[in-house]
Design a protein around this ligand. Structure first.
Ligand code: PHE
Length: 346
């Protein structure tokens, strides 16, 4: 019997030295430490041993059992410790990519434009998209019979939801430009005023590669004593060169707006044909990017500013046009289809 214990002891010692993971440890337990295990088996056999030998056999067996149990506990503690310090995820695996959104190209361009203007000293202001006829037209010196008021250009808003011809339904419009914000800014502060006013505008126009019924503008307004047209031109040129690069070409053309006098439009060489003439520039080689002019005295008056004392200039850039120039997209409609294959590129 003592011989058997000795053999089992060396077997246990050998097994112990080959345990190197939790699976091996569990096999060890099943082999030696459970009720039907090899050590317990010898305790069963001990019952048949002569009475005087039982104490020695019992003692030896107990030593063996304690040894096996302590080894088992030792390994278990060690493996569990390892588990705690080893991360349960494999940090070397490639990560899962999630789709992160980004600002729409139109808003990226708007941000760039605003950054340039704020660096030049302009503050940013905003006004409502649903505007009253007073701000959108009257206070901007539109004569009562001006064609821009016509149903063909303007989306009228039927505020009280009643009969279309009621007075209220004609009093509100989706603003056709950001110029009404000029008047709101003038009413809200005293000169000197240096503001840029970004926002969405709406026109009841046929949709094609160059124009949409809904687009964005940045309005600019500068009011102080003795403001000159030369300052307007210099400001717009400085902005445009920062936006498009030193080598881009511009021209000013005389134009007409009821709210500025004199008025002009600023053109840039067509990005698509380089000035040769194409579908996008209507075969003129030039693209109109802004309207501008000296603020009409009547508009200063509607804003509560004395035209005898102050003068000012104003300009309005279309943002979509600029976005096309910047991105090289040649059809304005693509900007609103929101196809992620296009948007992902910016
Ligand atoms: N509001 C004009 C437009 O929408 C642009 C403009 C703004 C012109 C300011 C002159 C001064 O076309």
């Amino acid at each position: 019997m003592l011989e058997q214990i000795k053999i089992l002891k060396s077997e246990v010692e050998e097994q112990v030295s080959s345990i190197n993971d939790l699976v091996g440890l569990e096999n060890f337990r099943l082999e030696y430490l459970v009720k039907k295990g090899k050590i317990q088996n010898l305790f069963e056999l001990m019952k048949q041993a002569p009475a005087q030998e039982k104490p020695i056999i019992g003692k030896e067996l107990n030593v063996l059992r304690k040894f096996a149990e302590s080894k088992y506990d030792e390994f278990k503690a060690q493996f569990e410790d390892n588990r705690k310090t080893q991360p349960s995820i494999d940090l070397t695996l490639p990560g899962r990519l999630s789709n992160i959104g980004s600002a729409h190209p139109v808003y990226q361009v708007m941000d760039d434009m605003l950054t340039i203007f704020t660096e030049m000293g302009f503050a940013v202001a905003e006004g409502p998209d649903v505007e009253d006829g007073l701000h959108n037209f009257d206070s901007l010196n539109f004569p009562p019979d001006h064609p821009a008021r016509d149903m063909q250009d303007t989306f009228f808003v039927n505020v009280n939801n009643s009969n279309e011809n009621s007075e209220n339904s004609e009093n509100f419009v989706l603003r056709t430009h950001t110029s009404p914000v000029q008047v709101r800014v003038m009413k809200g502060m005293k000169p000197p005023i240096r503001s840029v006013m970004p926002g969405r505008v709406y026109r009841n126009e046929a949709i094609n590669a160059r124009s949409l019924a809904e687009f964005h503008q940045i309005e600019g307004l500068y009011i102080d004593k003795n403001v000159s047209f030369a300052e307007l031109k210099a400001t717009m040129m400085t902005f445009a060169k920062k936006m498009y690069g030193e080598n881009s070409k511009f021209r000013f053309r005389p134009s007409f707006f009821p709210f500025t006098e004199p008025s002009a439009e600023m053109d840039i060489t067509c990005f698509l044909c380089g000035g040769k003439g194409c579908r996008v520039c209507k075969y003129s080689g030039w693209l109109e990017i802004a309207g501008c002019g000296m603020v009409h005295p009547n508009v200063l008056r509607s804003g509560g500013i004395n035209p005898e004392e102050f003068s000012g200039y104003a300009f309005g850039f279309g943002i979509e046009r600029v976005t096309l120039l910047k991105t090289g997209i040649d059809d304005i409609r693509l900007l609103y289809e929101n196809d992620t294959r296009l948007l992902n590129q910016f």
